[in-house]
Design a protein around this ligand. Sequence first.
Ligand SMILES: Cc1cc2nc3c(=O)[nH]c(=O)nc-3n(C[C@H](O)[C@H](O)[C@H](O)COP(=O)(O)OP(=O)(O)OC[C@H]3O[C@@H](n4cnc5c(N)ncnc54)[C@H](O)[C@@H]3O)c2cc1C
Ligand SMILES: NC(=O)c1ccc[n+]([C@@H]2O[C@H](COP(=O)([O-])OP(=O)(O)OC[C@H]3O[C@@H](n4cnc5c(N)ncnc54)[C@H](OP(=O)(O)O)[C@@H]3O)[C@@H](O)[C@H]2O)c1
Length: 273
Amino acid sequence: MTDAATPGSAPKVKTLPDAQTVTQVTHWTDTLFSFRCTRPQSLRFRSGEFVMIGLMGDNGKPLLRAYSIASPSWDDELEFYSIKVPDGPLTSKLQHIEVGQEIILRPKPVGTLVHDALLPGKRVWFLATGTGIAPFASLMRDPETYEKFEQVIMMHTCRTVAELEYGRKLVEDLRDDPLIGEMVEGKLRYYPTTTREDFHHTGRITDNLSSGKVFADLDLPRMNADEDRAMVCGSLAFNLDVKEVLEGFGLREGANSEPREYVVEKAFVGDGV
Ligand SMILES: Cc1cc2nc3c(=O)[nH]c(=O)nc-3n(C[C@H](O)[C@H](O)[C@H](O)COP(=O)(O)OP(=O)(O)OC[C@H]3O[C@@H](n4cnc5c(N)ncnc54)[C@H](O)[C@@H]3O)c2cc1C
Ligand SMILES: NC(=O)c1ccc[n+]([C@@H]2O[C@H](COP(=O)([O-])OP(=O)(O)OC[C@H]3O[C@@H](n4cnc5c(N)ncnc54)[C@H](OP(=O)(O)O)[C@@H]3O)[C@@H](O)[C@H]2O)c1
């Protein structure tokens, strides 16, 4: 991990429409990075929502993509967690962003991974693969999550251990956080797994739920519609498979307009890099 935060070099004049200034960049692996930027004063959002962000394209038009806001709604700044797609129109450039440079941010947050879309329950399960942890990086840092649920379980699965590091550090920092650390204590259960490298816990989220392994490991009852709620964010294939598992436990998909037991959002569109 390299931290490229060198404050003091922010430009005085904004040159892009809806411009925000980058304040910190952290590279986690050669395919993953996160960055923080200034937050428009007028921007209100619910933890778990996404916005359109980007850079000016070579044709002089904004090149925008959907990004989950990884920071909680109370934060003065915004944080994003991003893939680096080698030939990706946006991320082939965005991965080189530096402190003091500008990004475009359209201040119109939307999304289904919000508390309003779930019925009240005892436990909430955050189920993510890869960069799908981004909305939960926001929700895990939101006091409302701990006010609404007695237990919060973060399952994050990646191919390798290095790809888990952003989430691992976030959870570690959260436990020491003066604002929310006490709320989190004893409530947040973190269950990271890998699928293509040895680790203390391995296997796909779908398999660890279906087999009951995660319930046994965490000493929790089998998932059920009375007590459990879930939010899902990963590839299309993951989302489809996990939906089937959740429906098998009797949970039904909800939406902002019709809260139920679980909600789903795509972490990206497409099948592969
Ligand atoms: C609702 C929503 C929220 C999103 N939130 C995030 C986020 O928080 N962080 C993030 O990195 N991306 C997120 N994305 C994906 C993002 O919008 C872009 O696709 C990504 O930044 C790559 O942009 P690009 O122009 O470089 O390549 P694109 O042309 O957009 O993508 C090229 C290919 O790369 C693959 N790909 C794209 N994004 C990812 C990814 N995140 N993980 C693995 N493979 C990927 C896909 O196969 C895609 O077909 C989100 C997408 C949606 C729909
Ligand atoms: N991450 C890399 O090192 C890497 C390298 C080269 C190319 N890519 C490409 O980049 C894209 C995104 O990579 P990614 O690693 O972020 O995402 P990914 O391929 O979706 O894998 C992320 C995690 O989700 C698991 N998973 C995938 N499909 C699932 C399903 N249907 N049900 C349950 N779990 C599922 C994977 O397990 P499994 O390992 O069991 O699939 C892996 O642990 C992929 O489409 C891939 O082609 C990634």
